[in-house]
Design a protein around this ligand. Structure first.
Ligand SMILES: Cc1ncc(COP(=O)(O)O)c(C=O)c1O
Length: 391
């Protein structure tokens, strides 16, 4: 088994494998769980250490230059990853909060219906399930194959009573890539808005939010942007922000925040109207460091490597007698591969006992290679999964 941080002899090294040495977790384990939580890279750690030094040395004085600028820099750099301007980006501490702020701003009086899908992450769905007592109708479009949701099926549910279509760019259990431009089109055709949860997409596949025409797109640090917990963003399409007034507010959404005026609430004109309270600077700095990897390599280059890794993993798993649950065509597959398992929690524990980090989802073990993974990681994980299965 290969546990060293280098690439083992015999494996076909890809051009990004050298980055592995910057992720210390690979020194004593194989990490195949980026879709849960990206591993900590050296650059992210250094950024946080720098932030702590400034906090220690300067305290609150750093707000007015360094830290304020760090927030602006993060909005700019998040925007660049998805082809957007800084003014189209609002920062938030979690997807739940970002989506909650958007949900608070929609007008449900003439359009009480929200269309979601059976494969979306629950935190997105819960925003509207929580509003059912207020008369919101939640329609969940089923997935015929348990892997993806046909856009036609979504279209059939969208009508002129629909306020919003909300679904994912990459489905979190199957890794299937949804055509978000087509989702935006079916929403807009009936006058509805469209929100995309791209937490499992941004960083691992190229995303151009303005080109896709979506109204809102949320993503963040936790997974493929290598920024850890507590920092996400919400992209808001030009023109949409000004049409919506949030019913959930904080002083970061106020256009003149430092006036400290408790008598009037004047929202920013742009995406920042959806911002709420003070961000976690530790999270901001972790993300600024993690983003360096994504920017330096570039998402298209990342995608080239991970697409090949995914095909390798699927082929090896199939050969080992597993039936990976992934999209039928490789272009619709992303770096999330789930393998049906009779005892997913037991399988993940077994992998952990062999220093391999993976995750369990109902009925499945989930493996997610990224640019620092190599084919030998797949060999090692599948060997252990086969051994566990035969017991
Ligand atoms: C697609 C997707 N959306 C949202 C979340 C989590 O949302 P939150 O930031 O509210 O915890 C996850 C997983 O952590 C996810 O995979």
């Amino acid at each position: 088994m290969t546990l060293a941080s280098g690439v083992a002899a015999g494996s076909i090294a890809h051009p990004l494998a050298g980055y592995r040495s910057e992720f210390p977790i690979f020194r004593d384990r194989i990490y195949l769980n980026t879709c849960s939580l990206g591993p900590l890279g050296d650059r992210a750690r250094r950024k946080v250490a720098g932030f702590l030094d400034v906090w220690q040395a300067r305290g609150a004085a750093a707000w007015y230059d360094v830290w304020w600028e760090a927030l602006a820099e993060l909005r700019t750099r998040y925007g660049q990853v998805i082809g957007a301007a800084a003014s189209q980006i609002a920062l938030a501490p979690s997807i739940s909060v970002a989506v909650g702020a958007v949900a608070s701003a929609l007008d449900y009086r003439r359009r009480p219906k929200v269309v979601l899908t059976a494969l979306d992450f629950p935190t997105v769905v819960y925003q509207w399930l929580a509003k059912r007592p207020l008369g919101i109708e939640v329609v969940t479009v089923p997935s015929p194959d348990g892997v993806t949701v046909p856009v036609d099926a979504i279209a059939r549910e969208v009508d002129d009573r629909t306020a919003l279509v909300a679904t994912s760019h990459v489905y979190f259990t199957t890794g299937a890539i949804q055509d978000i431009a087509a989702v935006a089109q079916v929403a807009h055709a009936r006058g509805a808005r469209c929100l995309i949860d791209a937490y499992q997409a941004v960083g691992q596949i190229p995303v151009d939010a303005p080109a896709a025409g979506v109204d809102f797109l949320v993503a963040g640090g936790l997974k493929w942007l290598l920024g850890g917990t507590g920092i996400v963003f919400c992209y808001v399409r030009d023109g949409v922000a000004r049409e919506l007034t949030p019913a959930m507010a904080g002083w970061f959404g106020h256009r003149d925040q430092f006036a400290f005026d408790p008598n009037s609430l004047e929202f920013h004109d742009d995406a920042r109207r959806f911002e709420l309270g003070t961000p976690s600077l530790t999270a901001v700095y972790t993300q600024l460091g993690g983003l360096e990897y994504i920017e330096e390599i570039g998402v298209p280059a990342i995608r080239r490597v991970t697409a090949a890794l995914v095909e390798d993993l699927v082929a090896r798993a199939t050969e080992a007698g597993f039936t990976p649950r992934v999209a039928a065509h490789s272009e619709a597959r992303s770096a999330i591969v789930t393998l049906p398992s009779a005892d997913p929690a037991g399988a993940v524990r077994h992998l952990a006992s062999r220093h391999i980090v993976a995750d369990a989802r109902p009925g499945h073990v989930r493996l997610s290679p990224f640019f620092y993974n190599v084919q030998d990681d797949h060999v090692a994980a599948l060997e252990q999964l086969a051994a566990q299965r035969s017991h």
